[in-house]
Design a protein. Structure first.
Length: 481
């Protein structure tokens, strides 16, 4: 399954009680060569080319008494942010806030609880990281420094290791030269290295619920000093079965904390925990909490038989990755099971295509390597299962292919949302078979809402009663990934 679910045997049984302290790291001085390199690496390739105009007409609903005014530029909050954070915002080349940031940042800076509905790829990490970093600096909160047990000041909970790592990367940018240290922990990777990171000091802890529960049980993390709590992709964490861990974790955090909760959709279970966790919160809905596809994505759906999928995929790749195409870009192919993911990948490689696969059975090192190859374009074709791909932030994915239709239409919308990020246009191709008929009606709604071409066989299927149980909120989840 996803991040955080993996339990190791106790790796401490052969370890001395306390590891020898390593010498404290020298803080880099201004102008250090090493520092220039770190800065170059941290802020490389930042946020250029976000098409902000595509965001202009996104509807935003807010609810709550006297909701703070949205900001129209980062200059609007210059006076309320510490100088070190402002410099990092400039280094990130952020100029104009996305709709999420326009509304969420002023609410968070007012130290109020927030429930935000927003899709991935909308700039939400910055929307909760700015206020957390700013709050820690301005309240002069002191962390416990180097210690065997960590007492973080802020906790960010995230569903998967990929998403947690990504938030950590962003966190490193916003905390650069502030003296605040973000640390990330997740399941499926050796706990020893993560413990070493925690012992070096941990002000902002980014964690998957499974691994964090484990570290609390081992008495290596205490939540008693957490002032800021952010829950990212709350709907996904609940779908993955993390509700008991999350409730237990949040139960250990002081009641006067500030809580920022984010979710792409707004089902009943998310509404319930938001009532439990938030106090007097503002709610912001960016776009709609109904299930809608990004209108910048062209959705092409083809009704096929199972045995036609592979030859049709080859035809498609020949078009997309044609060397004479102006900008071949990257292709992400979704396959429903881990086994099929490996099978299709093997067939593609045997046919000479530069394809790699990522799923939950691969170890962290393999996953990181595959991601790197895909990001750099060395392997422009990546096959993935849903859980492995959730929250992946890979720029310039030109095409998403649904080789297998997912278990829910929510996943369909999430999958195709991997292209068309940050206001760019993208294309998605979907192979739809009679085995997927129960989703026909819900898929039809999504295509109609986005003014896409409806293939007649899909129309037929939806009329034949396909989709009775599909609906917008088909919450059935498979495991795997």
């Amino acid at each position: 399954g996803g991040g955080g679910g993996v339990r190791e045997d106790n790796p401490f049984k052969d370890m001395p009680e306390d590891e020898p302290e390593e010498p404290p790291r020298r803080e880099p001085k201004e102008g250090d060569a090493a520092e220039g390199a770190v800065e170059g690496e941290l802020f490389a390739g930042e946020n250029t080319g976000i098409n902000f105009d595509a965001y202009e007409d996104i509807p935003v609903e807010t609810s709550g008494e006297n909701c703070p005014e949205p900001i129209s530029s980062f200059d609007d909050i210059e006076t309320s942010l510490p100088r070190s954070l402002l410099q990092n915002i400039k280094r990130c080349k952020y100029t104009k806030p996305t709709p999420v940031q326009r509304y969420a940042i002023p609410i968070s800076l007012a130290q109020r609880d927030l429930m935000a509905c927003a899709q991935t790829g909308s700039g939400k990490t910055a929307a909760f990281m700015f206020p957390i970093v700013s709050g820690i600096i301005q309240r002069g909160l002191q962390s416990s420094g180097r210690a065997r047990k960590a007492f973080p000041l802020a906790l960010v909970l995230s569903p998967t290791r990929e998403l947690a790592s990504q938030i950590h990367e962003e966190g490193r940018k916003f905390t650069y030269q502030t003296g605040i240290r973000p640390v990330v922990v997740y399941g499926g990777a050796p706990v020893v290295n993560q413990l070493r990171e925690i012992e070096r000091g941990c002000d902002i802890l980014i964690a998957t619920p499974g691994r964090l529960s484990d570290l609390i049980e081992r008495a290596r993390v205490s939540l008693s000093r957490v002032h800021y709590l952010a829950l990212d992709e709350a709907d996904r964490m609940l779908d993955m079965g993390f509700e008991p861990q999350i409730k237990k974790i949040v139960g250990q955090i002081r009641p006067d904390r500030q809580t920022l909760m984010w979710s792409a959709t707004w089902p009943k279970d998310v509404q319930t925990i938001s009532r439990d966790f938030l106090t007097d919160a503002y709610k912001v809905v960016i776009g709609s909490s109904e299930l809608k596809a990004n209108h910048m994505i062209q959705q092409i759906v083809e009704v096929v038989q199972e045995h036609e999928k592979y030859p049709k995929l080859i035809k498609l790749l020949e078009q997309v990755l044609n060397p004479s195409a102006p900008d071949p870009g990257k292709t992400l192919i979704f396959v429903e099971t881990k086994r099929n993911c490996d099978n299709v990948c093997r067939m593609l490689r045997m046919d000479g295509w530069p394809a790699l696969a990522i799923h939950g059975d691969k170890n962290q090192q393999e996953r990181d390597w595959v991601l790197q190859e895909f990001k750099t374009g060395k392997s422009p074709i990546m096959l993935a299962t849903d859980v492995a791909a959730r929250g992946l932030d890979v720029k310039d994915i030109k095409v998403v292919v649904n080789y297998d239709f997912p278990g829910t239409c929510e996943d369909y919308v999430h999958r195709i949302g991997r292209t068309g990020r940050a206001g760019a246009t993208g294309v998605s191709y979907t192979f739809f078979t009679s085995a997927n008929a129960k989703h026909a009606r819900a898929l039809l709604h999504i295509l109609q809402e986005a003014n896409q071409v409806i293939p007649p066989p899909l129309q037929q299927m939806s009329l034949m009663g396909g989709g009775g149980g599909g609906g917008f909120r088909d919450r059935g989840r498979r495991g795997g990934g």
